[in-house]
Design a protein around this ligand. Structure first.
Ligand code: BGC
Length: 389
């Protein structure tokens, strides 16, 4: 690590020297050479180019993450190459290859598939470029230096806890609720190639297991293995289809679904659509909309929560995560080690990656204002319309 760190510093210094040597000509001009095409402005030439690779623009959180990381780095004096990969692995590999070719002095990567970037990571290591894994752990590689994320196991605990609150088995302050069950519940997980999906599910299952064991919660479909409940690429349509299939296969006897564990708001909306199409509705006596959990506090879901349709979501403040990524990149480029607050949890299969973990919060209808509006994450108008303004 220290060799690579110094190499990165050396790259930065060479860059600064070569730009200085350019005299009046270099600053402010983009000559577009294949190598070292980094200093397009005087400001950015001081810091160098940082590549930021995000998985997709279909979920608004990644757009917010990308924008926040970009503006944070620009404010710190770096030039940024921000790319979204459309959830396509070859596209992400190619974009990272190009960042390396352009002379990036650090990479910040939220991987689509945590195991799919081996050759890019090797090229980065060979060039002495530090790699920061963003939100999703890059697995099976020596060539990842640092990880910024949330406490992903705890996110799963929070998702399951909010489901227990929705069922009335717990109260929001953690006391035992009045409900006794048994309740029919179905479980969903995220994409198996995303390391986070396993952490979320583990946290959720560990929380629900005692209730399943005592029969208070019944997984009527019998589908509890993560392989059975996973959702490739976190696709909303896939979750909707699985919920439709479950309703047909496990609930055609007149029984009803009374709760759904969903790990991400996009999936939650697919699940809710399937339930609505099957006649579930808020306030309906025979088929009341069951509590459905979520994650990311996407604006469409926040409105659904305000309207009593979705029960909860998990708020992960992407502004704070972006700040940590900027701090980590800056540390490397200044020849320092970024500060980790967890050096045990995130074993990527080859090594434990030093990590900085942030905390998340459960959002219910009655704390939307305090958590999301007062903090400036969404405006009251956005919550009311369900659309980002
Ligand atoms: C992120 C979640 C997100 C999911 C789907 C996960 O890696 O941690 O915040 O909901 O990907 O985009």
């Amino acid at each position: 690590m220290s060799t690579r760190k110094f190499a990165a510093v050396a790259v930065g210094m060479t860059l600064a020297l070569s730009l200085a040597a350019c005299g009046g000509e270099g600053a402010g001009s983009d000559t577009g050479t294949e190598e070292g095409d980094t200093g397009t402005t005087e400001e950015s030439s001081e810091g160098g180019l940082i590549g930021v690779s995000m998985p997709t623009q279909t979920s608004e959180r990644w757009i917010a993450d990308g924008d926040a990381v970009k503006s944070g780095l620009e404010e710190a004096g770096y030039e940024v190459d921000l790319q979204f990969a459309g959830d396509d692995i070859p596209t992400q590999s190619q974009q990272i290859d190009q960042m390396i070719t352009k002379g990036a002095s650090a990479l910040i990567i939220a991987a689509i598939d945590g195991t799919a970037l081996a050759s890019q990571l090797q090229a980065a290591a060979d060039a002495g470029i530090p790699v920061i894994s963003y939100d999703r752990l890059i697995r099976d590689s020596e060539n990842v230096d640092f990880y910024v994320t949330f406490d992903n196991y705890q996110v799963g605990v929070q998702q399951a806890t909010s489901l227990l609150v929705g069922l009335g088995l717990l109260t929001q302050d953690g006391a035992e609720g009045d409900a006794t069950g048994p309740f029919n519940v179905e479980l969903f997980a995220g994409s198996l190639d995303d390391n986070n999906a396993h952490f979320f599910y583990a946290g959720a299952i560990d929380t629900l297991q005692p209730y399943i064991d005592e029969g208070t919660i019944v997984i009527k479909s019998g589908q509890t293995d993560i392989e059975q409940v996973a959702t490739l690429r976190w696709q909303q349509e896939t979750a909707q289809k699985r919920m439709e299939d479950l309703l047909t296969s496990a609930y055609s006897d007149g029984s009803v679904v009374q709760g759904v564990l969903s790990p991400y708001d996009g999936l939650s909306r697919g699940i809710i659509t399937a339930l609505q199409n099957a006649g579930y509705a808020v306030g309906d006596a025979a088929k009341p909309m069951p509590p459905v959990t979520g994650q990311d506090a996407e604006i469409a879901s926040v409105k659904l929560i305000a309207d009593g349709v979705q029960f909860s979501t998990i708020f992960k403040d992407t502004r704070k995560l972006a700040d940590q990524a900027v701090v980590a990149a800056q540390a490397y480029l200044e020849g320092e080690e970024p500060e980790a607050n967890d050096t045990e949890t995130y074993d990527n299969g080859v090594k434990v990656v030093p990590s900085y973990l942030l905390e998340s919060d459960i959002v219910y209808a009655d704390n939307i204002q305090a958590l999301l509006v007062d903090s400036g994450y969404w405006t009251a108008e956005e919550v009311a319309s369900g659309q980002a303004g």
